[in-house]
Design a protein around this ligand. Structure first.
Ligand code: F6R
Length: 240
């Protein structure tokens, strides 16, 4: 992987937004893989100014994951987060932006349907990734198969604790999610993994230079030929 160390989150946002601009000026119908969580927010913010004078109506986007069983109208459902942070501020066509369905009704087929939609779009050109403190990418928790495709997973206690900040209490954090698999993520043409802060240092080191192991799902990126890792000094601090 190419590792780029930036001074702070804002610089990370600008760098990745410029990379996305490069892609969408070349391919106005590009397919973006978008992540939720806190880390990519500066990317979307930087992108906002950059796409102002651009026709983004043909862009497509696929989110990484969703909580299973969450009320779709809950402000922290990823469907709503993507609408609030990506679709509305950037002016994307909501019909061309998809989030896996976490509805209990139909959950058995939701993964395959999502995979089919990604395939029909021609695959993902650029996938934005964060990383969990437990090493997850998407919601592929430790032990996930490198060949996995979009499916239902159980969130680890660590992830539920990390994400409790978005909810009233940890008990409100759903226990299950539907997430693109590691195989799905590895099929994207360019992976851009962002991590900011000391809390991510160990996960970043494991992903970038640790052994390739299902215990650190982020280490799957080492199997991909085109990866950019954007980190601040703190998140880079455990790299050798
Ligand atoms: C989000 C996702 C997760 C997050 C990760 C880091 O769609 O799939 O892998 O990227 O949990 O979250 P933050 O950025 O909030 O630290």
């Amino acid at each position: 992987a190419e590792v780029v160390i930036v001074p702070d989150a804002a610089h990370a946002g600008v760098l990745v937004a410029d990379e996305i601009m490069h892609l969408i000026t070349r391919r106005p119908d590009a397919v973006l893989g978008v992540a939720t969580g806190s880390t990519p927010l500066p990317v979307y913010e930087a992108l906002r100014e950059r796409v102002r004078d651009l026709d983004v109506s043909r862009l497509r986007a696929f989110a990484l994951d969703e909580y299973v069983g969450i009320d779709p109208d809950h402000p922290e459902s990823y469907r709503n987060v993507i609408r609030r942070e990506v679709v509305e501020p950037l002016g994307f066509d909501p019909a061309r932006v998809r989030v896996p369905s976490g509805a209990l009704d139909g959950i058995e087929t939701a993964g395959d349907a999502y995979e089919a939609a990604i395939a029909a779009a021609g695959g993902i050109d650029l996938q934005i990734l964060g990383i969990g403190t437990d090493g997850h990418i998407g919601f592929n928790e430790p032990g996930s198969s490198f060949a996995s495709r979009t499916r239902v997973k159980t969130l680890t206690q660590q992830t539920r604790e990390d994400n409790a900040r978005f909810f009233d209490s940890i008990d409100d954090v759903p226990e299950h999610c539907i997430t693109q698999g590691l195989g799905t993520i590895l099929a994207a043409r360019h992976l851009v993994l962002l991590a900011i802060g000391e809390g991510k240092a160990e996960a970043v080191a494991g992903a970038v230079e640790g052994p390739v192991t299902a215990s650190v799902p982020g280490s799957a990126i080492q199997l991909h030929p085109h990866v950019t890792v954007v980190v601040d000094e703190a998140a880079a601090s455990a790299l050798r």
